[in-house]
Design a protein around this ligand. Structure first.
Ligand SMILES: *Cc1c(COP(=O)(O)O)cnc(C)c1O
Length: 237
C-alpha cells in the first residue's frame, strides 16, 4: 500500500517532469508529443510502479529483465509499454518478448540475431522494436557498442522480426551541461550518417536521464529515461 502523502508527492513529481520535458521541447521548437517519457522504475516496487501508472505514465523502464517480468505480470491488465534499458542476456529474451516491449540496449549482433531467432521460434510474425546502444563517450565502463562495432551491424538490416528503430546512448560518467550536450549531438550526427549511408530511418534517439534530459531533447532525443526525478523524496536514503 502506498501512503496517500507519497501518492500526492509522486503525482506532483510526475507533473513537474512532464512540464520540464515540455519546456525543454518547446525551447528547441519541438512538441511534447515528440518526446516519450520513459519512467524508470528500477528504484521502486510494483506498488509504487502502479501508482506511477495511475498518475499517467504509460512507458516504464527497467534495468533487470526479472523486475520487468514481475511488474509486467502484476500490471498485466493495463495498457503499458515496457522498456528494457539494461543489458539483456540471451537466455532472458524469450520471457521478455512475452510483454509489449522496446529493447533499448542491444549491444551486439549476437543479441540481435538471438532476438530474431526467438521471435521466429515463437511463430510471431511481428517485428520486435529495438534500439542499438552506442558508447559515444568511449569510456571503458560504459555499456554499448563502439561506433565502429555498431556500424558493422548495419549491413544485416533490415530484418523481418526485429525492427531497429534507432539508437540509445548515455552521456559519460560525471558529464553534464555542455559536455553532455556535445555527446548527445555526436549521437545524433552518428545516427544521421548511418541513416543516410544505409537508407534506414532510425527515427528514435533514446538519450537523456534525470540530470541531462534537457540537453538530450535539445539534440533530438525522442525518448528520455527518467527515474530519480520522478521518485524524488520517495526513496529511502
Ligand atoms: C537508471 C537508469 C536511468 C534513469 O536514471 P536517473 O538518473 O535516475 O533518471 C536511465 N537510463 C538507464 C540505462 C538507467 O540504468
Amino acid at each position: 500500500m502506498i501512503d496517500p502523502r507519497d501518492r500526492q508527492r509522486l503525482a506532483e513529481n510526475w507533473l513537474r517532469v512532464v512540464h520540464d520535458v515540455e519546456q525543454a521541447a518547446s525551447q528547441s521548437s519541438r512538441n511534447l508529443s515528440e518526446v516519450r517519457i520513459v519512467g524508470v522504475t528500477k528504484y521502486v516496487n510494483a506498488d509504487m510502479t502502479e501508482a506511477l501508472v495511475d498518475v499517467g505514465c504509460r512507458d516504464l523502464g527497467e534495468n533487470r529483465p526479472q523486475s520487468l517480468w514481475e511488474k509486467a505480470e502484476k500490471l498485466g491488465g493495463r495498457d503499458l509499454c515496457w522498456h528494457q534499458i539494461g543489458h539483456l542476456q540471451r537466455n532472458k529474451i524469450r520471457r521478455t518478448l512475452q510483454y509489449p516491449v522496446v529493447i533499448h540496449s542491444v549491444d551486439s549482433v549476437r543479441l540481435l540475431d538471438a532476438i530474431d531467432d526467438e521471435q521466429r521460434l515463437a511463430n510471431d510474425t511481428r517485428a520486435v522494436d529495438v534500439l542499438l546502444e552506442v558508447n559515444i563517450s568511449g569510456e571503458e565502463a560504459k555499456t554499448g557498442m563502439s561506433p565502429n562495432e555498431l556500424r558493422d551491424v548495419m549491413p544485416s538490416l533490415p530484418r523481418d522480426r526485429v525492427n531497429v528503430r534507432g539508437l540509445m546512448a548515455m552521456a559519460g560518467w560525471g558529464t553534464a551541461g555542455d559536455e553532455a550536450r556535445r555527446q548527445f549531438a555526436a549521437v545524433r550526427e552518428f545516427r544521421d550518417s548511418l541513416a543516410s549511408e544505409f537508407g534506414l530511418p532510425l527515427d528514435e534517439l533514446s538519450m537523456g536521464m534525470s540530470g541531462d534530459f534537457a540537453e538530450a531533447i535539445a539534440e533530438g532525443a525522442t525518448m528520455v529515461r527518467i527515474g530519480s526525478r520522478i521518485f524524488d523524496g520517495l526513496l529511502a536514503t
